[in-house]
Design a protein around this ligand. Structure first.
Ligand code: DLZ
Length: 166
């Protein structure tokens, strides 16, 4: 799935809602932490640029991407407006890659549909380290920035829907 025609890393700050007063939870996998650390930095920078204060986001780390589902579920129960799940799975020599990608993706998708809080998919799944580096601040932007933009948009959506229900 090409991202070259839809690179949210180049988003227009004025085109997305202010995130001032919104609360976010970020869960981050420690596997490939050179990549997930850069994705996290991008996400945090983007939240702050859009008005999120230091007290309004919480970062928690888990061992691997497979643990993101449990972590995101727990984080969703803490009163946040959205949860961002960040991980990086890089293909190896065995089918393990497919199982972790599928398990994590299905887990996060299930949570997104079943929790009251949007769960943002900040998992990158690549064939090699070069492709991962391209996506965490390299040639193809930073998918952490993009996850944060999406989180703000979905938190705003959630707030508006709730307003309409009053
Ligand atoms: C075991 C494993 C492997 C082989 N590769 C990755 C990876 O590329 N990225 C990642 O986030 N996690 C990996 N893991 C760890 C699993 O996600 C998980 O932590 C363990 O299977 C324990 O549940």
């Amino acid at each position: 799935m090409a991202t070259s025609n839809h690179n949210l890393s180049d988003y227009d700050v004025n085109a997305i809602p202010s995130a001032q007063g919104m609360k976010f939870g970020i869960v981050v996998s420690q596997w490939n932490d050179n990549i997930t650390g850069a994705l996290l930095n991008g996400a945090v920078r983007t939240l702050k640029v859009n008005g999120v204060s230091d007290n309004d986001f919480c970062v928690m780390r888990v061992p691997g991407s497979f643990e993101l589902t449990y972590a995101a579920q727990q984080m969703a129960r803490t009163g946040v407006d959205a949860v961002i799940a960040i991980g990086c799975v890089i293909r190896g020599d065995t089918p393990h890659f497919d199982y972790i990608c599928e398990g994590t993706t299905n887990g996060l998708a299930y949570l997104n549909a079943s929790q009251d809080v949007p769960i943002i998919y900040g998992l990158i799944t690549t064939n090699n380290m070069e492709q991962a580096l391209d996506r965490c601040g390299g040639r193809l932007g930073n998918k952490g920035d993009e996850a944060a933009v999406t989180a703000i948009q979905m938190a705003d959506f959630r707030r508006k829907v709730r307003e309409q229900q009053k």
